[in-house]
Design a protein around this ligand. Structure first.
Ligand SMILES: Nc1ncnc2c1ncn2[C@@H]1O[C@H](COP(=O)(O)OP(=O)(O)OP(=O)(O)O)[C@@H](O)[C@H]1O
Ligand SMILES: [Mg+2]
Length: 366
């Protein structure tokens, strides 16, 4: 049947992996578009590495099928899957030259030695380390070694590049630099990439699509903006970004908007994106950066915006931004992160807090 939909590069259908009693991956359906960079994001132990190892052929699925370019590969041996791999501890061979390290994956393929030299040269140019063929790994910095690992992975022109926390061993600055490097290289080559991380910033900044996982289950998939701005449940909202969770009840519904009475008794407006009805118990999710605080005496409410009163309970100054905890009454506090456009607020100071209904994201109470 012609659906007009492009065939995905990688597809998981009902994939499940059990280790004895532990279910590492639970009934996963997921597709990866050709040329895209997808991250598997989730806390330690949620099954990211297991999923990647099943693609690589290092682990056999207990149930379900994996397809690459439409072909089922469950029974295809590792060396016949055309994959590039970079793992966190996938160190270079210390006693081999950079040339031999990068050429490693080509040796078992039908490639002439002149072609091998040419391909290695090109791969080293790609990772911006031309001419280091004769050096030993120990003569390169950590970041440079990581680039050599990338050269080794791409030299075989893989269908899919698999990366398992490749940056986690690097220090923060180098990590940032390498993040951009991986991103640029991936786009330059257009190679379909599955990138595993538990770092939300890494996932948000690099991905075409993010798959958020928890305890072996898919929680949400989507592009970075949709996963961040429209989390489908409490876990996703909590895992990505600084979220406030405010419980309440829908008290009114009218053309595209809902009114929610929150714990403090205040009634806030939100957009009705989830088919909410009067009486529904809900959780309102608001990112800490979306609130604005004003000195109470200077505040002038803006039509169509939500606002309520509070008192500064705690603050921490972080240079460019300030983190405030604001007490609203009814034992309820919110966390806001302010860009410090004016002065610092004092502990105990009365403030008015404003937030746009657009930034009040509702989910059904779990
Ligand atoms: N070979 C194995 N034998 C038994 N249990 C395993 C094995 N490999 C993984 N597990 C279990 O499967 C679950 C998923 O592990 P996995 O390594 O895929 O998690 P992860 O998301 O990569 O975590 P991390 O972020 O810590 O690397 C965990 O509960 C883990 O203990
Ligand atoms: Mg892992």
């Amino acid at each position: 049947m012609a659906t007009g939909k492009k065939q995905p590069m990688v597809a998981f259908k009902g994939i499940m992996k059990r280790f004895g009693k532990v279910v590492a991956v639970e009934k996963m359906d997921f597709e990866i578009e050709e040329g895209s960079l997808v991250t598997l994001l989730g806390p330690s132990g949620c099954g990211k590495t297991t999923l990647l190892r099943m693609v690589a052929g290092l682990e056999e699925p207990t149930e379900g099928d994996i397809f690459i370019k439409g072909k089922r590969i469950n029974d295809t041996p590792i060396h016949k899957r055309n994959l590039g791999m970079i793992f966190q501890n996938y160190a270079l061979f210390p006693h081999k030259t950079i040339f031999d390290n990068v050429a490693f994956g080509l040796k078992y393929r039908d490639v002439s030695s002149a072609d091998i030299r040419e391909k290695v040269k090109r791969a080293l140019e790609m990772v911006r380390l031309p001419g280091v063929e004769n050096r030993m790994p120990s003569q390169l910095s950590g970041g440079q070694q990581q680039r050599i690992a990338m050269a080794r992975a791409i030299v075989i022109e893989p269908d899919v590049l698999l990366m398992d926390e490749p940056l986690s061993a690097l220090d923060e600055n180098l990590r940032e630099e390498m993040r951009r490097e991986v991103d640029n290289l991936q786009r330059l080559l257009g190679v379909t990439t599955i990138f595993v991380t538990h770092d939300q910033r890494e996932a948000l900044s690099m991905s075409d699509k993010i798959l958020v996982m928890k305890a072996g289950r898919k929680q949400q998939e989507g592009n970075p903006e949709s996963v961040y701005n429209e989390p489908s449940n409490h876990f996703v909202a909590d895992f990505l970004g600084h979220s406030n969770f405010i419980t309440g009840e829908v008290v009114d519904v009218s053309n595209g908007h809902v009114n929610v009475r929150i714990e403090t008794g205040d009634v806030l407006f939100a957009e009705n994106k989830g088919g909410f009805s009067k009486g529904d118990p809900v959780e309102m999710i608001v990112r800490a950066q979306r609130f604005d605080a004003f000195p109470r005496e200077e505040f002038e409410p803006v039509e169509g915006m939500n606002h309520f009163e509070g008192r500064i309970k705690d603050r921490s100054y972080m240079g460019g931004e300030v983190s405030y905890f604001i007490e609203l009454g009814a034992d309820r506090e919110i966390h806001i992160i302010s860009m410090m456009r004016t002065r610092l607020y004092e502990i105990g100071e009365a403030v008015s807090v404003q937030v746009s209904p657009h930034h009040c994201h509702l989910i059904h109470m779990e």
